[in-house]
Design a binder for this molecule. Sequence first.
Ligand SMILES: [Zn+2]
Length: 273
Amino acid sequence: MMPRMSIATRLDAWLPTPLLKGSALLHLGAVASLARPQLWPWALGAVLADHLLLTACGLWPRSRVLGPNWTHLPAAAAARGAIAITIDDGPDPEVTPRVLALLAQSASSATFFCIGERVARYAELAREIVHQGHRIENHSQHHRHHFSVLGPRSLAREIAAAQETIERVTGTTPRFFRAPAGLRSPFLQPILTRLDLKLASWTRRGFDTVNHDAAAVSSRLRRGLAAGDILLLHDGHAARTAAGAPVIVEVLPALLAVCSSAGLKPVTLHSAL
Ligand SMILES: [Zn+2]
């Protein structure tokens, strides 16, 4: 759990984006218009449009209009030739050990955005991920499909529970958060600030939970591959090829080889902080 002092301090550090400030002003304006009934249709229309806009921004995983969002590594890490392979929804008792073996063969590090309840269930495997030099970051406790429409208290509980689970099981503290399916609401950023977490999305994703064609996933990830890229793959919920292999296991060897021949070094997001 976070110490209380630091929670108060970090709340002060949360700065709303221009979109959220504008949204707050618009709501104040709507309240002020209550005294003038002829303005009510306009005020109602403006508030509805604002809510639609905020919802649309939350459905756009790589947007920054709701708060800071890592879509690339910082420039200093990119200048060193670093790229980040991020692997979501595990740990998975069948897929994750195979992924770890492939990463070890190429001496590469990766970031695992794990689901808290899976970390608790596969605790030994979670510790093995960290033991092998990778990082486990926060992907919520239950990976709820309606995560982006949770109220502020449920949202905070989902994230804090995963934070506590990962700390207890692995002894490491996540510094990054990725929303389930990348979807979020305006309530998210103040909670992340309070828990000292940075939101991370991606530069490109392979859609490897739904696409069974490893070649298509691989070429999507490698298109325009450059230093500073953050790539997204999945060890949990991994789609299978026609032959029954998890797509990530088919994709990783060639991806790691391409990185190596291009002089790109797969590192953890944490190392780029
Ligand atoms: Zn996920």
